[in-house]
Design a protein around this ligand. Structure first.
Ligand SMILES: Cc1ncc(COP(=O)(O)O)c(C=O)c1O
Length: 417
């Protein structure tokens, strides 16, 4: 597709959808205020969601519930397809809006279905051969790690796994833990920007510098930070950055993101070949030619990005941190609760992981769900067995207080039979 045709579709796609008016009105209403403890402001934001009254959703780390404007954008797009007026994808609008929110160059964005697919594109697209080594850690999600298992097994390469400290207290500690696993054959390092296990932020810029000096490709699993932290992809993308906007950016389920730095837009091999895959002039857009696909999710992604931009990312990050900090401080004060997430504010964001002594986290999870309709995540991977809670703008201090009461009760008296 030529650039002109993309522009044309962009105009068609953006002109008559109703949701932009709602986003503009929200931006006007929420121009001032928005301090982390401004409950009036945040109750307006909470009113944007479809979460049923009484549900306490603390599992944004798995999937973010979309606000109404996002659902409307998807529905509107779907309706227009059914009316035989498919609006197409507003590629330019989408890429520009993402670049404004997340940094990076608009031409670097690719739109797979999720982090898993994005990381498969990366692992399959980098030339690895027998004897090459890929380095990763024991805090990676299967979505970020399995693609490397497949590719190294198939190509006679090696996958080395280093152990990360669960409760790190400095960036240097994390950096050292990874770097001591580098050997002369290390071609690729794949790490999470923010671990799903404990919510620890990895020092990507520092690692990227070392990788560049040593001719190692840095693939970042960035499933979590977009929409949680006010990031700049120009600093944290490594060589390529895989993400899931259906988590913290609250985009529709099945909406992924891959950001490619400039050389990789030409050098990476596409995994799925469709028209234009070999047209280097298309850059990263080569990876978006996948035949007919569900474009409505991209309409929803654009709405989610505009919605986030309207509320403003620094305010969102501060509110997420405020609620997480309230939750974490409360958990730390309960006898019998062991918080595994780092105490260092700069090394974390919107998730906290913990254990209640003597209790299976899965049993605690069931108890919270049955008694108070709380949604949480147990980190059973690698046998860690931690309980993980995430906070986002639709949560409230009252919900945090209620969860803390329940955890304190179970730490004191166990789970009622
Ligand atoms: C760090 C990390 N990477 C990758 C994934 C996989 O994401 P998706 O299912 O959207 O591909 C997750 C999901 O929770 C994750 O936490």
């Amino acid at each position: 597709m030529t650039v002109d045709r993309r522009r044309f579709l962009s105009v068609l796609g953006g002109a008559s959808l109703a949701w932009p008016a709602a986003v503009n009105a929200l931006a006007r209403d929420l121009q001032s205020g928005g301090a982390p403890d401004d409950e009036t402001f945040w109750s307006v934001v909470r009113g944007q969601f479809l979460i049923p009254e009484g549900r306490m959703y603390f599992n944004n780390g798995t999937l973010g519930p979309s606000p109404r404007v996002v659902v409307d954008a998807v529905a509107e797009h779907t309706r227009r397809v059914a009316q035989t007026h498919p609006p197409g994808v507003a590629w330019d609008d989408l890429k520009t809006a993402l670049s404004r929110l997340l940094g990076g160059d608009p031409e670097g964005f690719v739109f797979p279905r999720n982090t898993t697919e994005a990381m498969n594109f990366v692992a399959n697209g980098v030339d690895l051969g027998p004897g090459d080594a890929v380095l990763s850690t024991d805090h990676e999600h299967i979505g970020g790690l399995e693609p490397w298992k497949l590719v190294t097994a198939r190509r006679g390469a090696r996958l080395d796994i280093v152990s990360l400290p669960s409760t790190a207290t400095s960036s240097e500690e994390l950096l050292q833990a990874v770097w001591q696993g580098v050997v002369s054959s290390t071609r690729v390092i794949c790490v999470s920007h923010l671990t799903f296990t404990t919510g620890t932020v990895f020092p990507i810029p520092e690692l990227a510098d070392r990788c560049a000096e040593n001719d190692i490709v840095l693939a970042v699993d960035g499933a979590h930070p977009p929409g949680m932290l006010d990031i700049d992809l120009a600093e944290v993308s490594g060589d390529m950055y895989a993400s899931s906007p259906h988590k913290w950016l609250l985009a529709p389920q099945g909406t992924g993101l891959l950001y490619l730095t400039e050389p990789w837009r030409e050098q990476l091999w596409p995994t799925l070949a469709s028209g234009g895959w070999d047209d280097q002039t298309l850059g990263a857009h080569r990876f978006n030619h996948l035949g007919t696909f569900d474009e409505s999710r991209l309409a929803g992604l654009l709405a989610a990005v505009e919605w986030t931009t309207a509320i403003r990312m620094p305010r969102i990050e501060a509110r997420i941190r405020y609620l997480r900090s309230m939750l974490e401080t409360g958990l730390r004060s309960i006898d019998g609760v062991q918080v595994v997430t780092t105490p260092e504010e700069g090394l974390k964001g919107g998730m906290v992981s913990f254990l209640v002594n003597g209790l299976e986290s899965a049993a605690l999870q069931r108890h919270l769900s049955r008694t108070a309709n709380v949604r949480s995540r147990v980190i059973g991977e690698y046998d860690y067995r931690w309980m993980r809670l995430s906070t986002h703008v639709y949560n409230s201090p009252e919900q945090v207080t209620r969860v803390l009461e329940l955890v304190a009760d179970t730490a004191r008296s166990g789970i009622p039979a």
